[in-house]
Design a protein around this ligand. Structure first.
Ligand code: ADP
Ligand code: MG
Length: 738
């Protein structure tokens, strides 16, 4: 039997080794045929991330492109491309023992083979093969393998898997047929005689090819060292990483498959929690933050001038925030509150407290429209107070920008409001002691980190309306304190939401007309266009605007707002809309976040089926600001059941948390957290809701481990540290600064 022993001692030295007690190399279950591929015997996932798939025999440019589509570019991606299911092809039988209706795998010699006529129902031609295995003859039919014919010469060994059926006599309807060298290879091949993995694939690949590639990558990769300490595995009765990865693809049996899955779920959740734990430990240990001991003067004046009473939740949350700011420890707090729950007031309270303690506060918003709006409303709210507010966005003129930067640097500006422009180089604060991130889900973790670095350990408040099921938020944001606004200001009416299909689109516009005639305003939201098609979006928005202006509302005043307009133009449109000079605002999803015009009471969303549930909920939130019964009409032609249900859910529920649960149930979790947005690594195997028990277990263990070695400095924890860094990215950069 061949072995993988082609690694020189030198190569081994060059590759990192994780621990002293490296398990002795064992021959994998399959011999490798890829002698020319030189990889070390022992490796790690981070190392495998550096080996491109093109190193694998059989991966040319075409296959590489197809793999890339699936997000696979390295060996690690390939060995972590988990099967979506397995087929049990392990039942190997003699021909004489086969029964009708039985699924089995049979090994025999070809007696004869021929192509089966013309393609049937669009399928490629099949084969009819007669085989003999010493106990009997059997006819095998298989579709789509016509190209195998010239290998099926008499006396060639084959292995076939399928179901015995009675059709014009007994025959095996095969799902798989494979030419093998000799019967002893059963159990060694990737495609039959075992539990066979079935992978998510795309156009450029077929099931068999994918399986072959994973199989090759596994065996070329050598022994995958485990970053988890052995005693943790032992105490949880989990197999090591190498075995788990092999078993998840090519399981020995169902039991092994189950154990492997549990191990990999644990693996992902453990790394995620260890990352959170390390981050939390770091902040607790080192960051003596600013003690914000405001005297409450500014804050109280502001609250008195508000013109409305705070809700009980707002009062509670403001208290929580101020208490956090008063502590010596740097505050890191997440504020969750549904659309319209009044997060801005909380942010202002925090900003004023920073100013009272002679620091500076800054708030970063994801779009210019929103930053401008915050600037307008916050300036207005603070106009009688001795507080200077500055606005910084990317589109200001050079002179304007220079003046603002100077104010921020000198401390003349007490509060800075802006977009990403705030975190650019060259922006310096006099004494930034509080940062607020609005709509945090729109920012990457890295951007939040950059923002914080503009001050010396400032307190942080991140705000989000992306509802996360309550059961999860604490575990997910394990390193943050969480405050929740779970109440809407009084007098808010639920948004009457209904759906019409596009032939009845005019009905939607009748509703808008009625609102305008009652001296209120409305939004018409354009269908969503792929981000890559920005020009397309502008064109679509302009077309809709024209159609509405000319045909539907020739007697009304309309405005247009889209993401590609210049900042001054956008500002002017928003001003005119606020001032009621525009009655109907035709807009792209740029108004999704935070735009607040209380007199707007109706919204039509075109192409509603293209939006995600939480985005629709956010959009709809734009019209529940006033005292009139708000109306939202979804115009859409959902083409899938899921899309129907999504729109239905929106018509039936108002509560963002409830909707997030529906969304989760409909679409799975991947979509909820987006890419790395909250420092949550992509989970391939774990499902947070399903695996909540493992999550709790992993969390406990991870926090214990980190408590014993907060910076994961011990040599035995280094591999873990490295994995965490790769998974969580910049947000844990400090883990690696010595
Ligand atoms: P969000 O949480 O979505 O950011 P905002 O802070 O923009 O919500 O608040 C939405 C609207 O509700 C604003 O017009 C704000 O002035 C108003 N508002 C906030 N708190 C209250 C309250 N306690 N009573 C009445 N209106 C409020
Ligand atoms: Mg807001």
């Amino acid at each position: 039997m061949e072995s993988l022993d082609h690694t020189s001692a030198q190569e081994l030295m060059a590759w990192p080794t994780y621990r002293e007690d490296i398990p002795s190399w064992e021959e994998g279950p399959f011999p490798t045929q890829h002698k020319h591929l030189k990889l070390p015997r022992r490796t790690t996932l981070p190392e495998l991330r550096t080996v491109p798939v093109t190193k694998l025999p059989g991966v040319g440019p075409r296959i590489a492109a197809a793999l890339k589509d699936l997000g696979i570019s390295s060996f690690a991606d390939l060995v972590l491309h988990y099967p979506s299911r397995h087929e049990d092809l392990s039942n190997v039988k003699k021909i004489s023992d086969l029964r009708v209706g039985e699924r089995a795998t049979v090994v025999g010699k070809v007696v004869s083979a021929k192509k089966l006529g013309r393609p049937v129902r669009g399928r490629t031609p099949g084969l009819s093969v007669q085989i003999y295995d010493g106990t009997g003859y059997m006819l095998v039919t298989i579709w789509g393998r016509g190209w195998l014919l010239n290998q099926l010469i008499p006396d060639a060994w084959v292995m076939v898997s399928g179901k015995m059926e009675r059709r014009y006599g007994l025959q095996l309807m095969a799902r798989n047929l494979e030419v093998i060298d000799e019967p002893s290879t059963i159990g060694r091949t990737a495609h039959a005689g075992r539990f066979v993995p079935v992978y998510p694939i795309n156009k450029g690949l077929n099931a068999r090819r994918m399986r072959t590639l994973v199989h090759r990558a596994l065996h070329a990769s050598g022994y995958i060292l485990d970053p988890l300490p052995a005693e943790i595995l032992a105490s949880h009765g989990l197999p090591n990483l190498h075995d788990a990865i092999h078993e998840i693809h090519f399981p020995s049996d169902k039991e092994h498959l189950k154990t492997a899955m549990k191990r990999l779920v644990f693996h992902e959740l453990f790394l995620m929690q260890a990352g959170l734990a390390a981050r939390k430990a770091r902040f607790e240990e080192s960051e003596a933050g600013r003690k914000h001991e405001g005297n409450g003067k500014l804050l109280n004046t502001f609250l008195k001038g508000l013109g409305f009473e705070l809700t009980t939740s707002q009062e509670r949350v403001i208290r929580e925030v101020l208490e956090g700011m008063r502590l010596e420890k740097a505050m890191r707090r997440l504020l969750q509150g549904d659309v319209g729950s009044g997060k801005t007031v909380v942010a202002i309270a925090a900003l004023l407290t920073a100013v009272e303690s002679s620091g500076q506060g800054a708030i970063m918003a994801p779009t210019e429209v929103l930053a401008e709006q915050h600037f307008i409303s916050i300036s207005a709210a603070l106009k009688d107070l001795p507080v200077n507010v500055a606005l910084l966005t990317g589109s200001q003129s050079v002179a304007e920008r220079r003046a603002v930067l100077e104010d921020i640097r000198s401390g003349e500006a007490h509060v800075a409001i802006g977009t990403h422009a705030l975190i650019q180089k060259g922006v310096e604060f006099n004494d930034l002691s509080l940062v607020v991130v609005d709509e945090q889900h729109r920012f990457g973790v890295g951007q939040r980190t950059l923002f914080k670095e503009k001050g010396t350990t400032p307190d942080t408040l991140v705000m989000t309306a992306t509802p996360i099921p309550r059961t999860l938020s604490l575990t997910l944001y394990g390193d943050l304190e969480v405050s929740i606004l779970d109440e809407l200001p009084p007098g808010r009416k639920p948004v009457e939401t209904r759906m019409v299909q596009s032939p009845e689109r005019r009905e939607a516009y009748e509703v808008v007309r009625a609102e305008i005639e009652a001296r209120r305003q409305a939004y018409v939201v354009c269908p969503l266009v792929e981000e890559s098609e920005a020009l397309e979006e502008v064109r679509a928005a302009e077309e809709l605007y024209e159609e509405l202006t000319e045909e539907v509302f020739p007697d009304k005043r309309l405005g247009l707002l889209h993401g590609r307009m210049g900042a001054a133009e956008k500002r002017e449109v928003m001003r005119a809309f606020r001032a009621r000079e525009i009655e109907i605002l035709v807009a792209t999803a740029v108004i999704e976040v935070g735009v607040d015009v209380p007199n707007a009471s109706a919204m039509v969303i075109e192409g509603a089926e293209r939006f995600g549930l939480s985005q629709l909920h956010q959009l709809r939130g734009r019209v529940c600001r006033g005292l009139h019964t708000p109306k939202c009409i979804l115009v859409g032609d959902p083409k899938t059941e899921e899309a129907w249900r999504r729109l239905e859910a929106l018509c039936n529920h108002q509560d963002g948390f409830k909707l997030s649960e529906v969304d989760l149930a409909l679409r799975g979790e991947g979509t909820l957290f987006g890419s790395r947005q909250s420092g949550v690594p992509d989970l391939k195997m774990a499902k947070l809701l399903r695996d909540i028990e493992v999550l709790v277990e992993a969390r406990g263990t991870a926090f214990e481990l980190v408590a014993s070695d907060p910076n994961l400095k011990q040599p035995r924890h280094r591999p873990l540290r490295r994995e965490i860094r790769e998974l969580l990215g910049v947000d844990v950069d400090w883990l690696f600064r010595e």
